[in-house]
Write a protein that binds this ligand. Structure first.
Ligand code: SF4
Length: 110
């Protein structure tokens, strides 16, 4: 079973506990269809706007065993209020630069 570290939007913490992210990860559904069920080794926020803390947080999870980093759907799709992160592309690109291309990035969950 692959190990993943999840990063979520800090501003969404007030309105969503992330339960669907855990559900689809455990069941290997939607974004995890190809990978199958995964073990979530960390579930951490971006650290607040503009998301710079997400870069070192992603690295920390890789150092602690994450084989893929998941940017959950509150960031990329704006769940549950339809408001995607305006810093998303910069955050994702900086994470890739920091952790290297060998670590897979999954850009949504459900
Ligand atoms: S940087 Fe993006 S993901 Fe992070 S709190 Fe702000 S809007 Fe949410």
């Amino acid at each position: 079973m692959k190990k993943v570290g999840m990063i979520r939007c800090q501003q969404t913490e007030d309105m969503c506990p992330g339960n669907t992210d855990f559900k689809v990860a455990k069941e290997g559904k939607l974004a995890f269809e190809e990978m199958g069920p995964v073990e979530v080794i960390g579930f951490i926020s971006c650290g607040g706007c503009p998301g710079k803390r997400a870069i070192t947080r992603a690295k920390m999870m890789v150092d602690r065993g994450a084989e893929a980093i998941v940017l959950v759907s509150c960031i990329s799709k704006g769940n549950p209020i339809g408001y995607p992160c305006p810093h998303y592309a910069n955050m994702r690109d900086a994470i890739i630069k920091k952790i290297g291309p060998e670590i897979e990035i999954i850009e949504w969950t459900h």
